[in-house]
Structures are given as C-alpha cells and as structure tokens.
Design a protein around this ligand. Structure first.
Ligand SMILES: Cc1cc2nc3c(=O)[nH]c(=O)nc-3n(C[C@H](O)[C@H](O)[C@H](O)COP(=O)(O)OP(=O)(O)OC[C@H]3O[C@@H](n4cnc5c(N)ncnc54)[C@H](O)[C@@H]3O)c2cc1C
Length: 503
C-alpha cells in the first residue's frame, strides 16, 4: 500500500451507524462517498437501540408538543433553534426511513393502519415509532442495505480511523488503518459519526465499539468539544453477577412496569410524582439512592401484573434474553441497575453539522448539536443522528476540493495490549467511582489526577505493533478527560449533572 494520498473522495464518513449512513445516502446524491467503520458494518450503538424514534406523527400530537417536551428534558440548556430543526424534521425523517426500507409496527398489526406509537418517559404523547423492541436493528438493516446497493458509496469494514488530516486549518480527510495497511484519504468534507464512549465506564449499555474515538480525533485537531459532563445513565439495565448486562427498554416502564426494592416497596412514590415515567436522570438517581440506602446490588422491575401475551408481543427480544437467565417476565421480577447509556455532549456543531474546524462535520452521538441540553429526551437520539446527518451532507457538498499539502501531525502509538487492558480497567473504575450518577468535588479531583496519570503511563509505555484496542484506550482517556473537566467546571446541578457538594 502506498504511503502518499492513496484515495480521494468527495465525502469521507467515519462510522456506519444511523448518523454515518444517513449522511452517506444523502451525500451520494452529490458525489462519491467512502465509509470507514472499525468493526463489522452493523456493529454500532444504532443496532442495539430498542425503544424507537420520537416523531410527532400521531393524531393528537404536534411538533410544538415534541419541542416542549425536548426543552423540558434539556433543563434550560437546549439550543432552541436546534430543537426546532429536530422536531420539525422528524415526520419527514420517518418517511425517509420507510422509503429507505425500514418497517415499523402498525396499529393492530394491520399494514393499512396508522403507525403504532409507543410512549416513553418525558413524552407528553404517544410518539415513539418502533419495530417491536429492536427498532435500531431494523433501521440499521434498512440503511445498511441501501448503502450497499448505492454505487457511489464504498464501505470499508475493519477500517480504523487513527487521525484526521489537516491543511491550512481545514480538515481534508483522515488516516485509516485497513487490514491491508494504512491509507490516507482526502475528501472535501469529513463526517465524524463515530458514536459514543460508554466503554469508559464499568457498566454500559453500549457495545464495545463505543470508545470515544470521534472525541479524541476532533480533540487532536482542536475542534470545540462541550457538554461531555451530561452523561446519561439508563436506569434499568439487567443485572446478573455472571452475565453481561443488557438494556431493559424504557418502553417496558411505558407499558406499565413498576420499580420495587427487594422488600417489594414501590420507592418511586417517594421520589417524583411521575413515578416510573419520570425522566431518566430522575429514575436513575432514585435507583442509585435506593441501592445505596439498602446496601443491595440492584432493584427490581415488576412486569408480573401485565398480560403475558402483551409482554410476548411487545418485548420478544428482551423476553428471550431474560429467559436465558431463567427469568419469565410475567412471573418474575427483573433485577436491574443503572448503567452508562448515552453521551449528550460531544463535538460542537451548528444546524448543518459543521464543527469549529472547516471541512469537519459531526453528527449522531459524537456531536453536541444543542438538541439535548442537559438531558436527552428518550428516543430523540436516532432522530437527531438522522436529521443532522442528512443536513450535514447537503452542507458538505459546497466544500472546496481538499489541498494535498497536508500538515505533518504525530499519530498516537499503540502499546502492548496487556498494558492497555490495565489502563482501561483503571479508567473504568475511576469513572464509575467518581464521575457517574452522583459526583463530588473531591471525587472529580481524584478522577482528573488519575486520568492524567493514566495518559502519562500510556505515553510512556513501549511502542507495540498496531492495536485497535490500545488506540481505543488512548481515545477513551481523552474523552474521559473532557467528561471530568466538564463536570468540574459545571457549578450548578442541572439535568444529568449532579454534584452532591453543590446541593
Ligand atoms: C442499548 C441501546 C438502546 C438504545 N435505544 C435507543 C432508542 O430506543 N432510541 C433512540 O433514539 N436512541 C437509542 N439509543 C441511542 C442510539 O442508539 C445512539 O445514540 C445512536 O444509535 C448513535 O448513532 P451514531 O450513528 O451516532 O453512532 P453508532 O451507531 O454508535 O455508530 C458509530 C460507528 O462508528 C464506528 N467507529 C467508531 N470509531 C471509529 C474509528 N476510529 N474508525 C472507524 N469507525 C469508527 C463504529 O464502529 C460504528 O460503526 C440506544 C443506545 C443503546 C446502546
């Protein structure tokens, strides 16, 4: 493989989740697109999304109500223009997805009926468009098939983007490690759609690819990153001492599930008048407090009062996974704990996904568009990824051709994987102990010191052959530093940020 500019495309996309592929499909109407994705095509947070996509498409709904609910969840820190762009574009985005091939549930299962709409915490109306409890899988299936069929889109799997290329202050592409060697790819517009960073915590609903790479790539070229302290923890992740946790969708609470401690008490009565349908941060903090108060491992989600046939129809995937652990939803309480779920902050963009670095765009979970403010309203993230991803593609079409006079920038080195494993474990413990649902000033200081020490250890470790795991670990450290710095700087408790010393 040559070492100079090996490839030139109009649009370069980093990531093949909903943000990357919505962008790619739109960008292909303007030019050639290369999508680089570090694992298999469909391995992304998108694939694991269960509940659905929020859109005011119901009879009794309106974009104004969706806007109101989004602003309330964001606790005063949303960008109202971004929210309006999101909610007004939502019905079109659903149409676009269906035209692209996504199938959504209809009322009473009849294809001629209107869309069946679920309701989740913080939504004042039924407005969650879904495909049973595997909506993300269905969306990813549809956009993946459409991208594969598009002759202007080339998708490279197991293609790890190690750094962004710049020339005279512009982003002009990226350096990518492919199974056949390294390539430099020049593009007029580069989209960061690298998803979240859940792997910085011990418990996360995210898959293994969520390692904050997009944050670190943007950080390395000086793009503005903000609001990373607003880390959403999903209140109800299946807890089992031996099995890997998985998400018990909010839709289960929407269907009427109740939360109980091991004594059977419905503790949400003492926390919030909206009970189990209070916003996620409220429910997550309530569970965290209850677990600490009773010194237990978990609390329980009770679905035993719901009709078994309804549970089977609406939650087939969750039901099947629980059955592997010997739990029947209609008979047993489900043990649950909160786990890291979604990063509201990220690389700051405008309404067209432009970052502070010309030529570089961001969409999806890696971006901070202003939509979520201090807390994301449930099911707004797939929507945001799609809406801003598609706007970014249209904006990118106007970017100039990239210069070949690329800056020489040092690229992080790999270290032995055993060292990387030890560093990642320590990072996860630091973040889980000090930078999760409830924070303190002393804990944040300790986390900051610990992360700086881990970055030094990484940089001082011997250079080893290329390792995705090692470079991801370096990226997680950079992303975690943003979370801690954001949390330390935020001197008021708002939305997802809760520091005990500020109350
Ligand atoms: C369990 C679960 C349930 C959820 N449920 C919902 C829901 O019901 N509704 C909702 O709106 N949201 C939900 N979310 C959130 C939502 O799924 C994500 O926010 C959204 O899918 C993010 O899409 P994305 O395209 O930004 O990132 P992702 O879908 O995570 O895609 C990121 C892509 O970037 C690639 N990548 C990363 N780094 C690199 C690199 N260095 N080089 C090359 N490629 C790279 C990854 O391999 C991946 O392909 C859920 C999330 C989880 C984890």
């Amino acid at each position: 493989m040559g070492s100079a500019m090996d490839e030139r495309v109009d649009f370069l996309v980093i990531g093949s989740g909903i943000a990357g592929l919505s962008y790619a499909l739109e960008a292909a109407t303007h030019g050639t697109v290369a999508v680089f994705t570090k694992a298999e095509f469909a391995e992304s947070n998108t694939t694991y999304a269960q509940g659905g996509i929020a859109a005011a498409v119901g009879e009794a709904d309106s974009w104004e109500l969706h806007e109101h609910d989004t602003l309330v969840a964001g606790a005063g820190l949303c960008d109202p223009n971004a929210v309006r762009h999101l909610v007004r574009s939502a019905p079109d985005a659903i149409e676009w997805l269906m035209e692209t091939g996504a199938r959504f549930d209809r009322e009473n299962g009849d294809p001629d009926n209107p869309l069946a709409l679920g309701r989740e915490g913080g939504h004042s109306r039924h407005r969650i468009v879904h495909h049973a409890d595997k909506t993300g899988w269905e969306i990813e299936r549809a956009v993946t098939n459409a991208a594969r069929a598009n002759p202007r889109i080339t998708v490279y799997e197991h293609a790890f983007v190690t750094s962004l290329l710049t020339a005279q202050g512009r982003c002009v592409g990226a350096r990518v490690m492919l199974p056949i060697g390294e390539r430099k790819v020049l593009a007029r517009a580069t989209l960061l759609a690298a998803g979240g960073c859940g792997m910085m915590y011990t418990h996360s609903t995210n898959p293994r690819v969520a390692t904050g790479d997009g944050i670190a790539l943007a950080d390395a070229i000086g793009a503005t990153i903000a609001n990373m302290e607003f880390m959403q923890f999903h209140p109800t992740t299946f807890y089992h001492p031996q099995m890997r946790g998985f998400l018990i969708s909010e839709a289960v609470r929407g269907a009427g599930a109740t939360l109980r401690n091991h004594l059977g008490t419905r503790f949400m009565y003492d926390c919030d008048p909206r009970l189990e349908l209070a916003p996620r941060d409220v429910v997550a903090r309530a569970i965290d407090a209850e677990i600490k108060r009773l010194n237990t491992w978990c609390v329980y989600l009770d679905t035993t009062h719901l009709p078994p046939e309804r549970l089977a129809e609406e939650f087939p995937t969750i039901g099947a996974k629980l059955a592997e652990a010997g739990i029947a939803m209609h008979k047993h309480w489900i043990p649950v704990v909160p786990a890291q779920h979604y990063s509201c902050g990220g690389v700051v963009t405008d309404l067209d996904g432009r970052t502070s670095v010309p030529g570089l765009y961001a969409a999806g979970e890696v971006a901070s568009t202003g939509v979520h403010g201090a807390n994301r309203l449930a099911s707004n993230s797939l929507l945001e990824a799609m809406v801003f991803g598609r706007s970014a593609a249209d904006a990118g079409a106007h970017e100039p051709a990239p210069s070949e006079d690329v800056d020489d920038r040092p690229v992080p080195h790999s270290i032995p994987e055993n060292d990387a494993i030890a560093i990642r474990r320590q990072l996860q413990k630091l973040m889980t102990d000090h930078v999760s649902i409830v924070r303190t000033d002393a804990g944040l200081k300790q986390a900051k010191k610990g992360i700086e020490k881990l970055i030094k250890s990484y940089d001082a470790a011997p250079v080893a052959p290329f390792s995705v795991y090692a470079l991801e670990t370096r990226n997680l450290l950079v992303a975690a530093r943003h979370v801690v710095e954001g949390a330390a700087a935020r001197r008021v408790n708002v939305g997802l940020h809760y520091n005990e010393d500020l109350t």
